[in-house]
Design a protein around this ligand. Structure first.
Ligand code: GDP
Length: 170
């Protein structure tokens, strides 16, 4: 394996409060789920060392809490990051509209990879279809994954895709 001397891959999680950003990070980093809701204040990050394409990489996952409330912080966080994971809750249409509206925010979306996650697929009462999300992704060159931080469905696959995109960007 290559040395761990390379700089960390920085991945941003963006999405409305409550969509499951902290839970997805917790699932990916610790393989755990906690049903207690704790609103993140400001920005927080988790670190995980993992192996990707035969290399040892350090990943920093940044939770950009309540991006609507922190526009300037959001912009600052994009600097130096390698991939953006946009998260919405498939049972809340407004959470999809919120991420879809953020498309033009980073300096150059064509050069900055996105991955879109429709989370909470374990819940009934779906408001956003996979087709709707995939159509948005086709326009923005993002990849779409359906996840449940609760039962773990799709989480490893989604983060693997984000890490690969980030690695290409680094
Ligand atoms: P954040 O504000 O985006 O970081 O959202 P959290 O990770 O704090 O999650 C908000 C609430 O949704 C918490 O009560 C979580 O337990 C719950 N939650 C998160 N992901 C899922 C999921 O995939 N399925 C279900 N059923 N609940 C989830």
């Amino acid at each position: 394996m290559a040395s761990a001397g390379r700089p960390p891959l920085k991945i941003l999680l963006v999405g409305s409060a409550g969509v499951g950003k902290s839970s997805l990070m917790n699932r990916f980093v610790h393989n755990r789920f906690c049903s207690r809701y704790r609103a993140t204040i400001g920005a927080d990050f988790f670190t995980k060392v993992t192996e990707l394409e035969g290399q040892r990489v350090t990943v920093q996952l940044w939770d950009t809490a309540g991006a609507e409330r922190c526009q300037s912080l959001g912009m600052a966080l994009y600097q130096g990051s390698h991939c953006c994971v946009l998260v919405f809750d498939v049972t809340v249409a407004a959470s999809f509209q919120a991420v879809a509206a953020r498309q033009a925010e980073p300096p150059n979306p064509k050069l900055f990879p996105f991955v879109l996650l429709g989370n909470k697929t374990d819940l009934p009462g779906r408001q956003v279809s996979a087709q709707e999300a995939e159509e948005w992704c086709a326009q923005t060159q993002a990849q779409y994954f359906e996840t449940s931080a609760k039962d773990g469905t799709g989480v490893a696959l989604a983060f693997q895709s984000a890490l690969q995109a980030a690695l290409r960007q680094q």
